[in-house]
Write a protein that binds this ligand. Structure first.
Ligand code: SAT
Ligand code: MN
Length: 590
């Protein structure tokens, strides 16, 4: 007897709340058709073919880069736009001085006019997605509606798209609503609005990265940070990496660095030959959701399922894992092309560009061949160092939290905070030079607390208080460190080799966590003494090492004054504990 094949319920009937919302958006935006995304390989292939036919995607050299494609975004749409990104809370104070704010009613009205009829002649894609392993209680779901097939393709790689997500939404009854349209890609009609109180996002006029892939920065950081505060956890701009020592002990650490400061490289680090026996496992490269566990430890999941990484600089020397990973099934955005249709970017030792990222004949006088913020989109499963624990619904326990920025001076290579509370001050004081990941001037030092300046969905003062509260609940709290891989010699040369050699610093941290490594006290925290760092096989003089580990009291007194001025902008909402820690630092500086 033939077994009855169960009829699949159409996606559009799984959740009434989602269906009703899609219908209201359809009525407003007037698309030519509606497509519910299942997130299957066939669907990915179908959308890819459609974009190739329409001239939006270029198929790359199939021999060297099988199943790889190039997408060129509009030249005025190549990075996040922080000045057009808003947090729309009922009270302006809740958004804080760290965010642009708009009254939610005003913002909704403004966006309604932009969205009205904006999808005429286009397909409306409904993308149900889950951030985090589908079976994890720590995961959260959303639905993105978009009129960009390129965005749909990225979302299918970066998140878990399709039926299981929608089934979970139907069960949970709760989801983040993300409405996106590329509009006319007009920078003057571009807004990225967040309504944390309604778990909603509205993004118009950009098709790029964090502006448009709403599961990423908009949901997993801005909205999630708000949700996390009310639910007692943390949503952070952190990579998560597992490090197995030659003795077979594995620790997981979470590191917060600003965009384009090497998170992907650190998450996929290749141990140098002179440190045999170490193994590195990537859990995530950009975002961590951290939950206090019943065992008093902090547990982390990576809400994402792929990487949207910076391409320039990736080569077999700097990051062999990433280089291998992006040679198949990868969607490139804004890289250059060689004569035989291979992708090319600055930092590649081989090949030569003939077509630049805008599709023009390459001309060195017109700037770099690949855009400095050109990206690869690739599934995490292609990562040779992908952690077997990355899909664990419980997450991984975190032994250390690392903050860092890009600074040519002031911050030493590494130091350890004296306590969780001091660590919150260290995180709150992070400063970094700006990069090409956001529109604006590159290389200007700005405060970027916990690398969350562009991503915290509420008032930083409340956020720091929340950090203090979470820490108080942890009986086995991670140790907190600060690193600076980017310290320079007076003549401008980088003092530290970076990349794989960063493991030497991480190894010291792990030894600190297990009480095995020494440290020297300084006014700003605990630093390794030169003999505490394994520098075997490294071409680094004693003088350079001392420079890397130096704390200049005069520079630091100025730094503390700067930090105070910055913290004071948060007024009476600032947790007094932070000023207390700052005063203690000042006293230690003498
Ligand atoms: O554009 S993204 O936000 O996705 C990348 C980044 O800036 O970190
Ligand atoms: Mn990032």
């Amino acid at each position: 007897m033939a077994t009855a094949v169960p009829l699949l319920i159409p996606l559009s009937q799984l959740s009434r709340a989602v269906t009703d919302w899609v219908e209201s958006v359809r009525a407003l935006t007037q698309p030519a058709g509606v497509r519910w995304c299942e997130g299957t390989e066939e669907e990915y292939g179908e959308l890819t073919s459609k974009l190739i036919r329409e001239g939006e995607l270029v198929k790359l050299n199939a021999e060297h880069f099988p199943d790889c494609h190039l997408y060129r975004s509009s030249p005025s749409d190549v990075a996040r736009v922080e000045h057009l990104t808003y947090i729309c809370t009922n009270s302006r104070e809740d958004a804080g001085p760290n965010n642009n704010w708009m009254d939610p009613k005003q913002a909704r009205a403004k966006m309604r006019e932009l969205f009205r009829g904006c999808m005429r002649g286009r397909t409306l894609y409904v993308i149900p997605y889950c951030m985090g392993p589908i079976a994890s209680p720590l995961s959260r779901c959303g639905v993105e509606i978009t009129d960009s097939a390129y965005v749909a393709l990225n979302m299918m790689v970066m998140t878990r798209v399709g039926r299981p997500a929608l089934e979970r939404i139907a069960r949970d009854g709760k989801f983040v609503r993300g409405l996106h349209s590329i509009g006319e890609l007009d920078p003057n009609r571009r807004f990225i609005m967040h309504f944390p109180e309604e778990l909603a996002i509205e993004s118009f006029g950009s098709g790029y990265g964090g502006n448009a892939l709403l599961g990423k920065k908009c949901h997993a950081l801005r909205i999630a940070s708000w949700q996390a505060r009310s639910e007692g956890w943390l949503a952070e701009h952190m990579l998560i990496v597992g490090l197995e020592s030659p003795e077979g002990e594995t620790h997981y650490i979470a590191c917060a660095f600003p965009s384009a400061c090497g998170k992907t490289n650190l998450a996929m680090l290749i141990p140098p030959a002179s440190l045999p026996g170490w193994k590195v496992f990537t859990v995530g490269d950009d975002i961590a959701w951290l939950h206090p566990g019943s065992d008093g430890r902090l547990w982390a999941i990576n809400p994402e399922a792929g990487y949207f990484g910076v391409v320039p600089g990736t080569n077999p020397e700097t990051n062999r894992n990433a280089y291998q990973m992006i040679r198949r099934e990868t969607l490139f955005t804004n890289v250059a092309l060689t004569a035989d249709n291979q992708p090319w970017w600055e930092g590649l030792p081989t090949g030569a560009p003939v077509v630049d990222w805008q599709g023009r004949p390459y001309d060195a006088s017109k700037g770099p061949a690949a855009h400095p913020n050109s990206r690869f989109t690739v599934t995490a499963r292609r990562n040779p160092s992908y952690s077997p624990r990355a899909e664990d619904p419980r997450g991984v326990p975190i032994s250390a939290i690392v903050f860092g920025g890009r600074r040519r001076e002031v911050a030493p290579l590494v130091y350890e905070a004296l306590s969780w509370r001091h660590g919150v001050l260290v995180g709150a004081s992070v400063a970094s030079e700006t990069t090409a990941a956001a529109v604006g001037q590159v290389g200007v030092v700005r405060r970027d607390p916990m690398a969350m300046q562009p991503f915290c969905g509420y008032n930083f003062a409340d956020y720091w208080r929340h950090w203090l509260t979470v820490g108080a609940r942890l009986s086995r709290a991670p140790k907190i460190f600060h690193v600076n891989w980017f310290r320079r010699a007076p003549r401008g040369r980088f003092l530290w080799p970076g990349f794989g050699d960063n493991l030497r610093v991480l190894a010291w941290m792990l030894d600190r966590c297990s009480g095995r490594a020494g440290a020297a006290e300084s006014a700003i925290g605990l630093l390794p003494r030169p003999e505490d760092l394994n520098t075997q096989g490294l071409d680094l003089g004693q003088q350079e090492l001392r420079a890397l580990l130096s704390v200049d009291p005069a520079l630091w007194r100025k730094e503390v004054a700067d930090i105070r001025t910055y913290l004071k902008t948060y007024g009476s909402r600032l947790p007094p504990e932070l000023l207390g820690e700052l005063e203690a630092t000042e006293r230690r500086l003498g």
